[in-house]
Structures are given as C-alpha cells and as structure tokens.
Write a protein that binds this ligand. Structure first.
Ligand code: AMP
Ligand code: MG
Length: 311
C-alpha cells in the first residue's frame, strides 16, 4: 500500500554537521573520482592517512583497467591466490548478485568497454559487438567498489580513536559513529535534472547511503543519452523508467550492489525485492521526476509517495 505525502524541501547536498567543522578534512582522488573525508577524534589525522592509503590500495587491487590488479589478472585467466578478505569480498559480491536475480552482474567488463566507458572513448557498439561482449565475460567491480571501500574504511576507523566521520566517496556516503548532538546524519539526494537537491534522508550511526543515477556518467549521440548502468540482459544502458536509486544500508557493499541492481530492475521489481528483505531502504526517482521512498528511508523533501510494507 502507498500513501502520498508532501513536505518541505530541505535544501542540503551534504551532511548537516550540527554546526561543527571536522577536525580533519581531506580530499583524495581515487577510483576515478573525488573523495572527501571528514573526521573527528583524537586519531583524526592518522585515520585520514590510513583511509587515504586504504582507498588507494583498493583502487590498485580492484581496478578493471590496470593490468596488474587482481581483476586485471583474473581477466587474463591467471590463477590468483586471494587473501581471505579479498576472497570473502568476491564471494559476497557474487552472492549479492544472485540475490538481485542477475540484475547486478560483476562480469560486464567487456560490455562497459564496448560502450567506451573505460577511458571515455564513448561509442555506440553494434548489436553483434554487444552480443560478443556479453559472451566474453570479464570482471568489473565498478558497481560495488566504492561501497565496499566505505565499509572497509568504517571498519578501519572502528579500531582507532575516532568519534565520528562522514566520507563522501564519489557521491557514495559512508557515515561512522553518532553526531555530537545525537541527531541523525542528514544526507542530500541529488536531483537528476540538476539544481537543488530533491530532498534528504537521515541515518543514525554507521551506515552507507549510495546513489546510482543515469546522470552520473553518460554520453549523447544523435540526441540519445547512453549512461553507464547496463542491463545484463541486453548489454545496453538500462531503461527501466528510473533516473536514480538511492539505497540506505548498514552494509556498504550491499548498498552499492543494490543501488545498481534496483536501477536495472525498475520500480515494481525493486519494491518487490525490498518487501522480501529487511536490510535496506530506498528512494527512487523516475525519469518523469516522480519520487518514491520506502517507509524506513526517512526521506524528507519534495512531494513523494511513501511505499509501505504490505503487511
Ligand atoms: P554504480 O554507479 O554503482 O551504479 O555502478 C555503475 C558501474 O558498475 C558502471 O560504471 C560499470 O562499471 C558497472 N556496471 C554497469 N552495469 C552494471 C550491472 N548491471 N551490474 C554490475 N555492475 C554494473
Ligand atoms: Mg552500485
């Protein structure tokens, strides 16, 4: 059942930090994107160094384009002896992929390449090229690595004297700890059409808020927009009627897998999956600009429809 609510748009893109500036703010370029770290606590400086090192080492290890990365080696058919945590990560990605019924497919590397999303060599491939790329499977963890990185970073902070942190990893938000005044973290959701944020979600403690959107990476040819989220069934940019999906989840890997997968699945199937599970919440924005938020998403913003559980 759904109910319509309308509330005041709260214009904020980044977390509102209770008027308290971070002890350490660090900008890092990794995984082809700008990352912003804000940390509070005795070990803030040391923690920023360690998170920066972690992000750069994860990029090196899991890059789909670097020949010497784990992915590069797996894609060349080499036997790679994985460390236990790395093996567990790949297993969890595959398990999450199964849970999405294949909407999340970490083996679309050649398809992304065929569309020129590696190195911004954009082009529209022929149907035959797409079919070949779908057959010739290659790892690509671009749809999960930033969420996993946020999760790993939060685990690292847990072993240090850190009170709280907010990390924006290319738009994926990972919070850590409680805000000083005890109020929730407030995180803005971008309007795919541009301009002011469409609203906010609020989360308490350590959580991941991850958005997949057709506006994040795309090119246009003959007036058609081709974006980077691919439908594994067609090998083409997913046209599910959605323009963005934000997932809120305690597990960063899960949040990132799900935001990509729910985008591919479309609103109806995405809501069905949400109803079957109790470990995530989501906000959907359709191509027409309609906004739907699951009841636990704590969404506040423009007029939207709240999705409630059937029972
Ligand atoms: P995200 O921005 O998290 O939705 O991830 C998009 C990135 O994930 C793309 O740039 C590709 O590297 C990869 N990708 C694209 N489509 C899929 C898919 N259906 N399943 C898994 N990864 C995908
Ligand atoms: Mg993702």
């Amino acid at each position: 059942m759904r109910r319509i609510v309308s509330s005041v748009l709260i214009c904020c893109l980044v977390c509102l930090l209770a008027g308290c500036s971070p002890q350490v703010q660090r900008t890092v370029f990794a995984m082809d994107t700008v990352m912003d770290l804000q940390l509070w606590g005795e070990d803030a400086e040391e923690a920023a160094d360690q998170v920066q090192t972690l992000l750069q080492s994860l990029e090196k290890k899991w890059s789909a384009t670097a020949e010497d990365s784990v992915i590069g080696q797996l894609n060349r058919g080499k036997d790679v002896l994985l460390e236990q945590t790395d093996d567990a990560f790949l297993q969890s990605v595959l398990a999450y992929g199964d849970m999405t019924g294949g909407a999340f497919d970490p083996m679309l590397g050649n398809v992304s390449r065929a569309w020129g999303f590696y190195g911004q060599q954009y082009r529209v491939p022929t149907d035959a090229q797409i079919a070949r790329a779908l057959e010739d499977k290659r790892w690509d963890l671009g749809g999960v690595i930033k969420g996993y990185a946020g999760q790993q970073a939060a685990q690292l902070l847990a072993n240090m004297q850190i009170d709280r942190a907010v990390m924006s990893l290319g738009g994926n938000i990972q919070t850590y700890g409680q805000k000083q005044d005890g109020t929730p973290w407030i995180i803005g959701i971008q309007n795919p059409a541009g301009g002011d944020p469409i609203g906010t979600v609020s989360v308490t403690g350590t959580a991941a808020v991850v958005t997949s959107g057709d506006y994040q990476r795309f090119f246009e040819e003959d007036g058609i927009r081709y974006h980077h989220i691919l439908d594994p069934k067609t090998g083409k940019p997913a046209r599910s009627g959605l323009s963005s999906v934000t997932v809120i989840c305690r597990d960063g890997t899960g949040a990132d897998v799900l935001s990509t997968a729910l985008f591919v699945m479309g609103l109806t199937d995405a809501i069905e999956l949400w109803e079957e599970r109790d470990d995530f919440e989501a906000v959907f924005i359709t191509e027409a600009g309609d906004v739907y938020a699951t009841e636990g998403a704590a969404f506040s913003g423009c007029g939207h429809e709240v999705i409630e559980r059937a029972n």
